[in-house]
Design a protein around this ligand. Sequence first.
Ligand code: BGC
Length: 744
Amino acid sequence: MRVGRRDVMKASALLAASAWAPVAIARDTRDHGVRIRDLLSRMTLSEKIGQMNQIAGGRQKALNSRLDAAMLDRVRRGEMGSFLHVAGAEPLRRLQKIAVEESRLGIPLLFAMDVIHGYRTTLPVPLALAAGWDPAMMERAAALMAEEAWAAGLHWTFTPMVDVARDPRWGRVVEGAGEDAYLGSRMAEAQVRGLEGPVRRAREPLARGRVLSCSKHFVGYGAVAGGRDYDSADVSERTLHEVYLPPFHAAMRAGSGSFMTAFNDVAGVPMTANEALVRGKLRERWGYQGLVVSDWNAIPELISHGVAATPAEAAALALHAGVDMDMASSTYADHLATAVAADASLVPLIDQAVMRILMTKARLGLFDDPYRFGDAAREKAPLARGTARELATRSIVLLRNEGAVLPLKPTARIALIGALADDASSELGSWRARGQAEDAVTLRRALPQAVYDPGTDPAAAARVAANADVVLLVIGEDYDMTGEARSRSDIGLPGDQQALTEAVRGAGKPIVAIVMGGRPLALEHALTGIPAVLQTWFLGIEGGPAIADVLMGKVSPAGRLPIAMPRTTGQVPMTYAHVPTGRPANPDLAVDSARYHDTDIGPVFAFGHGLSYTRFGYAPLTIEPRGDATVIGVVVSNDGAVAGDEVVQLYIRDPVASVARPVAELRGFKRVTLAPGERRTVRFTLAHAQLALWKAGAWMIEAGTIEVMVGSSSADIRQRGRFTVGAGQGSDPAASIATRVEVA
Ligand code: BGC
């Protein structure tokens, strides 16, 4: 006979402290800790290990497909704590019911999925959203994803990816916020806020429509050698602290309830086994209390890394490191007991891990009501097309606009060329959850007045171009060229598109290149002689209409590159925030300097670059000390004829320090909307802790002069100033600290 949950709770009151009492921590969330410790005291070792086991309930494209009878029996036996690649309000409710009513302790399961940039409503890919340079917009995107995922019964999504990426050969650059630690930190916290809501008090359950975030991949994954996915990362302590760790710190401060360890090693220690960084830095030094999950199958892969000889050794290493849950490999489930038999000191580590898993479930409110996620009616709600279009429009970056080719004249005869202009599947980008290609509106559909040619025959395309007033040439990558395991050694224009570009150029008409893709491509050569260029990424289901809005001038573009666009592949990795050398890059090739001989210095389009249909003016800076901070003010004006957004960017530099400091570091930005003729004052309050550098295990503020640069991009600085600071010490990673920005 199966007992209902109510019976279970009644029985639990009678059985109080008995070893067989079912879960009795319902209703009262006031004291999660005490109740969970009590529950823990009643669990067998195998039930504890079961909680640490996360199993794929399906595949990415066949969700729930593995939930067969044998799997459900494992749930009844308490052999798993979580499923991933599952979804659907009804199926997940049924699955949860089995865990709650038919397993000995009735502990609810955690349901997880990769909802990366939309569940059903596919929004722009994360890199594109980051190009909005607008944390509030990123937060809205995450909140919409959370709501749809929540409606489908999901508790947990493996987002945000907060890995800083300075090497666009790495395919996963599409999933993050680009090259910068400060921008990345703001985007990380915005995503966490959107997914989980405002930071909660310890006992407060997650609100309706919110899901648990997972900040990943801790840490250094973006620094993999050669941009090859899963490869080794060898970063200095300083770079690790100043560049790769800050977005994780920001995500933690924003309340991210879980973290995922990265596949890579850092200086030879795989992150899945990296006790110094996971248990030491994240938990002990930063005080992170949330759940840590491994990446997919990463625990047994410790054997391939060459740091464990057996699965039991791998399990013990991951547990020591502080990995609470094993994603997909069953190594904890199958080998942790063997490891414990050999080493009883693992038992308290298991208890800690299980505590954190159960606390996570409690903080989601699952012990109060295991069915509080999921809403079959909301699950069928219409797609949020309005939001999708607005976010897509805000993500577009105008890279070049010579001779004001854009916006297009309403009467212009338009040729639209290139297969990507009609590739609905590519609009969805990498990771698509429940997104459907048939829901995506391509540029071809959004511009029915244009004469379309797929570009498969360059000569035919050139003829179409010759008959038009203006040519929209859609080039770049398709969705399958970036993403996990999609690193590329050549990030130039793929396939035959160079020949197509040359043929179309030969028609002699003004060209607007519309560049799609999940990474900045190295297109200096391809774009030569093309007067207008739009970077349009993968914009989601409303990509076509959003691009059309910008082309036709309904909206003035205002996105900015969150990562520079290199001239050639050979230049990467690169960043605007490089440290100066003894022989700085010199345009004169006769001077021996830090540059390549066969290409110009720097990227073709810089970090932070993006144009508008209007022009903005910057008045000289005001700089005032205020306690442990300095306030930098600037009046920005719209000096053109149309409304537009400017992204005001603040960079700093410490010109003389005990170690070489980056030539510029972003420390503030604000996207402001200005009507023609309008002016506004933007005030940045820069705390001196934001100037600290990592030295000898501490955040040191060195006394001296700090230069500030304010402008429209890292390469378009309009105003400069300086101030002095006294010596001091910070406590948090400098780039993780948000600058207060006021607009008056
Ligand atoms: C990826 C993670 C992802 C996980 C689950 C892994 O291969 O690295 O980012 O969350 O799979 O799908």
